[in-house]
Ligand binder design. Structure first.
Ligand code: CAA
Length: 404
């Protein structure tokens, strides 16, 4: 395929400081821990504190991306934020990011929403922007950021999480070259998961959402094969959207059986083809738009050297729904860059919070948006630093951020 060489040049994560241990949550909910740990396939869920939101998570991931990759905010000509937990009905998270990161004035900046598909919408638009020649040598910053919340005690509760994944997208990428123009998309109007404007917590038709995901996978994968996706080397690994680990396992079985494999052969291939992409998601939970890219980060962190030069598959699903299957090739220089990026390092700073404190945080959260920001007039002038925090809103309900 004669297409421009465009893809993901670098990747970085940020996570909230706190997490809840799912064995402890299971005990509090009167559920056998094996259900959450093995049946759902997650060990921890990251919990955002009162000074953490999708903006601070995005800023902290993007700052880390710049620090670790050697790129500069001055290189950016396009900034897209994928999120389904935006902080304002009008002002995009990308605009906050533009200010807090000091991105250039000559920069297209916007937010993309389609449930968990928003990050992929951003990534594939960025790839097309570069492939079309609009970038004129500049790079795109794509950040996926979310705080996933379901009602306390609901079956969705153990599939919460929070975090951001920042990606630098450019020509001649060092991590993953993507196959421009060869993707399989699928869309359908369904009510599997939704969040009305006045709700902070998602509503979900849980088992139906699992079926919608699998149907969308089948549709997207079929389309990918129809547009020539199977031409070239077989896929050595595949990363899936990971609302919880078991879902990726179900997805892999479904896709491999579409290839004509037996259920047993499909399941046996899981350890090699998928397992390493689930290590980080199991420690953080569902990060919605960033979930596929957290799986990719996990795969690269574990195996960049072993899969250099190999082709991998990527499947993105957003409820509602839209899905896309696409592929790329891991670059030979990826392993050296991954060592420099220290992808998993932000997890080392996380602290366990007990279920009672998590429930208290949640009870107070309803007030968060109206919290007055101390010294808000001057706070915005002190933004150079390492960890962005949310202070609250000023008298005109403008959100105020500063560095801790
Ligand atoms: N030991 C081991 N395993 C156990 C167990 C035990 N004691 N008890 C139950 N399990 C297993 C079950 O057998 C089941 O496994 P299978 O799916 O392989 O059969 C698994 O644990 C889950 O059990 P249930 O189906 O009974 O769980 P549930 O009804 O309480 O909820 C859920 C599961 C519907 C996924 C729920 O967590 C939910 O609604 N989650 C949010 C929605 C979601 O993530 N949907 C995914 C597709 S939509 C999407 O991907 C978009 C997005 O990001 C939200």
């Amino acid at each position: 395929m004669n297409a421009p060489h465009v893809g993901i040049d670098a990747i970085a994560l940020s996570v909230p400081r706190g997490y809840v241990d799912l064995a402890e949550l299971a005990e509090a909910r009167g559920v056998p821990p094996e259900k959450y740990l093995n049946g759902i396939g997650t060990r921890r869920m990251a919990i955002a504190g009162p000074d953490e939101d999708p903006v601070t998570l995005a800023v902290n991931a993007a700052r880390r991306l710049f620090e670790r990759s050697g790129a500069s905010p001055a290189d950016i000509g396009l900034c897209i934020v994928g999120t389904e937990t935006a902080v304002d009905h009008s002002k995009p998270v990308a605009a906050f990011l533009h200010g807090l990161l000091g991105l250039p004035r000559a920069c297209r900046v916007f937010e993309a929403k389609h449930a968990c598909f928003g990050g992929t919408a951003g990534l594939l638009n960025a790839v097309d922007w570069i492939a079309a020649g609009s970038a004129r040598g500049r790079a795109a910053l794509v950040v996926c950021t979310d705080v996933a919340r379901y009602p306390l005690g609901s079956s969705g509760e153990p599939t919460q999480g929070a975090g951001a994944v920042a990606m630098l997208v450019r020509q001649d990428p060092r991590l993953l070259g993507l196959e421009v123009g060869r993707t399989g998309a699928f869309a359908r109007d369904v009510h599997d998961f939704w969040r009305p404007l006045h709700h902070k917590e998602a509503l979900v038709d849980g088992h139906f959402s699992v079926q919608c995901y699998l149907d969308a996978l089948a549709g997207a994968y079929d389309e990918w094969r129809r547009v020539g996706g199977e031409e070239g080397a077989p896929l050595a690994r595949t990363c899936y959207h990971v609302p919880y680990g078991k879902m990726a396992r179900k997805a892999h079985r479904h896709r491999r059986m579409m290839d004509g494999w037996t259920e047993q052969a499909a399941d046996e291939s899981f350890a090699v083809e998928v397992a390493s992409s689930l290590v980080l998601p199991a420690q953080i939970g569902n990060v919605y738009t960033g979930s596929l890219y957290l799986a990719l980060a996990s795969l690269l962190d574990a195996e960049a050297k072993a899969i250099a030069g190999r082709r991998i598959g990527l499947f993105s699903y957003g409820s509602g729904c839209c899905a896309e299957f696409f592929a790329g090739t891991v670059k030979p220089e990826a392993a050296a860059l991954v060592a420099q990026l220290e992808i998993a390092a932000p997890l080392a700073d996380c602290e366990r919070i007990c279920v009672a404190d998590y429930e208290r945080l949640r009870a107070e959260d309803a007030l968060t948006d109206r919290r007055p920001a101390p010294g808000s007039a001057s706070a915005r002038q002190t933004l150079e630093g390492r960890r962005a925090v949310y202070l609250g809103v000023d008298a005109n309900e403008r959100r105020v951020y500063a560095d801790a």
